[in-house]
Design a protein around this ligand. Structure first.
Ligand code: PGA
Length: 253
């Protein structure tokens, strides 16, 4: 069975103290992921060590970075490299969240380099893809997402691909309270898996976890995660409320 994953994405929210409190509440709440489930906390860089320290109190909880540089090292003021993340035991990193694409001009090509450098340092990239409302209205979302996968992931070997997590996040559903219907989510997830299958074969495509993101809440997580090709969620707003995120962890298959 594929890994089932609940990933919190705090974005640029919460002070260190608020974050510490939230983590402690969730990790000590008694909700215990089984060996096939993982809980990730994608937190701001200054909170990564604290998050790992807290996450280590329980099995299957992990810190994740929200971004990293595509460069190895050097004169890039303000950037954080994959090697630096690795040096503090960060094992996961979001790559290509739509907010990075939109506000920081991140292109498929650049994201392909970020994915590669993460894998070089044994960091699992959580590669985000998904279409804007305009694309959905034109009914070209399948081709659009396929191109994102092709341009950022398909330079990887099969072995590397097995270490990638994909998160499908329709931009029109992020932070808007609008969730994709279970039918829309399942349809796109099945499409993503078929694109992976064409490139890497069925065995590999079946092993890759594909998360859904976009207004996942305590009251819709179970229904979404029950879809055959939905292997958990990447959760923004609802991950900032302990009781909601705990419910979302409980909703994992
Ligand atoms: P949301 O954010 O759950 O607040 O819609 C999801 C995300 O952007 O990862």
């Amino acid at each position: 069975m594929r890994k089932q994953i609940a990933a919190a994405n705090w974005k640029m929210n919460l002070t260190y103290q608020q974050g510490a409190e939230l983590l402690k509440t969730i990790v000590t709440s008694g909700v215990s992921p089984n060996e096939n489930q993982q809980v990730l906390f994608a937190v701001p860089f200054p909170y990564l060590e604290l998050t790992n320290d807290t996450a280590h109190l329980k099995e299957n909880y992990f810190a994740a970075a929200q971004n990293c540089s595509d460069k190895k090292s050097g004169a890039y003021t303000g950037e954080v490299s994959a090697e630096m993340l690795k040096s503090i035991d960060v094992l996961f990193c979001l790559v290509g969240h739509s907010e990075r694409r939109e506000y920081f001009g991140e292109t498929n090509d650049l994201l392909g380099r970020k994915v590669s450098i993460c894998l070089t340092y044994d960091i699992t990239p959580v590669f985000c893809c998904g279409e804007a409302l305009r694309i959905r209205e034109q009914n070209t979302q399948n081709a659009f997402v396929e191109q994102q996968l092709r341009e950022s992931l398909f330079h990887l070997s099969s072995e590397q691909m097995l270490n990638v997590i994909i998160a499908y996040e329709p931009i029109w559903a992020i932070g808007t309270g609008k969730t994709a219907s279970t039918a829309q989510a399942q349809e796109m997830h099945a499409h993503i898996r078929s694109v992976l299958q064409k490139q890497y074969g069925q065995e590999i495509a079946q092993k890759i976890s594909i998360l859904y993101g976009g207004s996942v809440k305590a009251n819709n997580a179970k229904e979404l995660f029950a879809c055959e090709d939905v292997d958990g969620g990447l959760v923004g707003g609802a991950s900032l409320i302990a009781s909601d995120f705990i419910e979302i962890i409980r909703a994992l298959k």
